[in-house]
Design a protein around this ligand. Structure first.
Ligand code: MG
Length: 260
């Protein structure tokens, strides 16, 4: 799963370089597709029946599964860009949130920067916990504890992480909040997408008339970060990060280990 992880990471890196006011999410979609195909992969979101794009582009109150559009991004937007690649039948899946500062609205800029930062750091807390967890349920405890301690944001419960491998979405579910079950044992061979989705307000969601785009019901802004992470006999490795997650995990005292 190293190759699809790197192809997915390349798509995210290319979008991170390109995202700015004035670009459309359809243009970012094309950039992500080029990055994946140039690494010998194929966009796996297109394998979902009826979905024709490489990415989901979730702007502001759009929270997941939003279809790319021709609307240029604007200062003050917060956009979660989610992409995945398949190589030789194996899958990768990752997302990041870009914040476009608006100098004319410093309060909004501060608010969306905090939402993006808390979501990213919640993801790294979840990944770090996976490195030492006995059961998968600990990931959701770590994610939600970080969000609760650092904000009054809401952790979505309708959309969660997942196992990944021969399919993009597999068992086991990866919750972002504590649940009654401890979840499966964390052991070598487990590969999961850890993806907290955070709302600045309420956590209830609605599906729009296009049957894809999911919006926060009260119109709050939202953010999503995601990585696909492998547990192997020597440690964990973040498959969709070029450095295996080293820079994100270093402040948390975790050193990812390349897959032998
Ligand atoms: Mg996912």
């Amino acid at each position: 799963m190293v190759e699809p992880g790197l192809a997915t990471g390349a798509a995210l890196a290319a979008m991170r370089d390109a995202v700015r006011p004035g670009i459309t999410t359809l243009e970012l979609d094309a950039i992500a597709e080029d990055a994946i195909r140039s690494r010998g992969g194929a966009p796996n979101f297109m394998l979902e029946p009826g979905y024709r794009h490489t990415i989901c582009a979730n702007v502001n109150e759009h929270v997941v599964h939003a279809i790319p559009t021709g609307r240029p991004l604007e200062p003050g937007d917060i956009v979660a860009l989610d992409a995945g690649a398949v190589v030789d039948g194996w899958h990768g899946d990752a997302a990041f949130t870009a914040v476009l500062p608006d100098p004319a609205r410093p309060d909004r800029t501060t608010a969306i920067e905090k939402l993006g930062d808390v979501t990213e750091q919640a993801m790294w807390r979840g990944i770090a916990r996976l490195a030492t967890a006995s059961h998968l349920g600990e990931v959701g405890e770590a994610v939600s504890a970080y969000v609760r301690a650092n904000s009054d944001f809401g952790v979505l419960e309708d959309y969660i992480g997942h196992g990944i491998g021969r399919s993009m979405h597999e068992d086991p579910p990866v919750f972002n909040v504590p649940v009654h079950r401890r979840g499966p044992e964390v052991k070598p061979g487990l590969v999961v997408a850890i993806e907290p989705i955070i709302s600045a307000g309420g956590i209830d969601t609605v599906v729009e008339d296009d049957d894809w785009t999911v919006t926060i019901a009260d119109g709050s802004m939202s953010a999503q970060w995601e990585h696909s992470v492998a547990v192997h006999r020597d440690g964990i490795w973040v498959l969709t990060a070029e450095d295996g997650g080293a820079s994100g995990l270093a402040p948390l005292g975790i050193t990812p280990v390349p897959i032998p």
